[in-house]
Design a protein around this ligand. Structure first.
Ligand code: HSE
Length: 341
């Protein structure tokens, strides 16, 4: 039995819970995986804990109605709750802060130092403090899993760490932000910038503060994660040049169409003369290029490798269930590899 704590019960928190609930029987039969959600901490709904498992139907009902939790409420701050609860594993699903990493960074430290695995889609701790988190996890015999930080559930981190292990990767390039790709796709159909941004928020693609998406900061965080984890670069977010899509107008999009091209926000990491260079910028991509056909909230990344040449993966880059799946795949990896819970 895996006891789970959810830090954040917003779009992704609800997504992973829905998947766990809907696939409960399948996960038990296929993987011998069984779970209880024992704690939730959410800035809007409050902190709840029951060592025997929360009444999740009620928690979900209250959260969907925008009400505070009413059962198993505890008077503990987040860090105390994380440390004292009987969870084996904490899912850190609060909002991303790419300036400080907080509050997620405190949550991750509290979980790892009290012997709890961490699974997160939060880019803050991964982009700013991955080496520190990995060290803390190793010292405490647990794992720090971050598949959901890049391209939602489309396997990127696990692909380079698993099936592509042994290939040296010299370049990674592609579409790393679902919100902006969705916006650019819809703007091509004539929808105005503000209107389409609102829809992207409603669909759960955008960050809590969507300026992180449209100004390119979200993609910049992902480029930093890829540079450091896949290429061992040791770079900081500030080392990655960054321009978003805020200056792209409907006229620019129409002009690109006339030239048989499309605007895409491209993230790139490349080894050049022993240095790793990261960048995020809008580019006009010719229609004949495979990235031009990647529409909506879909992401696509091409890895240039020494043994296989180019390997491209295309898949969902944002969304409730799509990011929820990234959490599930890491939870199952912990269950499979560690047999701890
Ligand atoms: N806001 C992000 C995106 C979510 O649109 O790609 C996934 O990281």
């Amino acid at each position: 039995m895996t006891n789970i704590a959810l830090l954040g019960f917003g779009t992704v928190g609800k997504g992973i819970y829905e998947i766990l609930k809907d696939k409960e029987v399948y996960l038990k039969e296929k993987y011998g995986f069984d779970y209880k959600i024992v704690a939730i901490s959410d800035f809007a709904f409050g902190n709840v804990y029951n060592p025997n498992g929360l009444d999740m139907e009620l928690m979900m009902e209250e959260a969907l109605a925008g009400k505070k939790f009413s059962k198993d409420v505890v008077d503990m701050d987040n860090v105390t709750l994380i440390k004292e609860c009987n969870a084996d594993l904490m899912c850190e699903l609060t909002y991303t802060d790419l300036s400080t990493g907080g509050p997620a960074i405190d949550h991750c430290k509290a979980a790892l130092s009290s012997g709890k695995h961490v699974v997160t889609s939060n880019k803050g701790p991964a982009a700013l403090y991955y080496p520190e988190m990995k060290k803390l996890a190793d010292e405490n015999g647990v794992t720090f899993m971050i598949e959901g930080t890049v391209c939602a559930g489309t396997p990127i981190i696990n692909l380079t760490d698993g099936p592509l292990a042994g290939c040296e990767i010299s370049k990674i390039r592609g579409i790393l932000n679902g919100t902006t790709n969705y916006m650019l796709s819809e703007m091509e159909k004539g929808m105005a910038y503000d209107e389409v941004l609102k829809v992207a928020q409603e669909l759960g693609y955008a960050e809590a503060d969507p300026t992180g998406d449209v100004e390119g900061h979200d993609a910049r965080g992902k480029v930093t994660i890829l540079a450091n984890i896949v290429m061992g670069a040791g770079i900081k977010i500030a080392d990655v040049s960054c321009e978003g899509i805020t200056k792209i107008t409907l006229e620019d999009i129409a002009k690109a169409k006339e030239q048989n091209a499309r605007w895409k926000l491209i993230g790139s990491v490349e080894k050049k003369d022993g240095k790793v260079i990261g960048s995020v910028a809008p580019e006009m991509v010719d229609m004949s290029h495979p990235l031009a056909g990647v529409m909506g909230a879909t992401n696509a990344l091409t890895f240039t490798t020494d043994l296989l040449g180019d390997v491209t993966i295309v898949g969902p880059g944002a969304g409730k269930i799509e990011t929820g799946f990234s959490i599930l795949t890491d939870i199952l990896a912990i269950h499979r590899n560690k047999k701890c819970c």
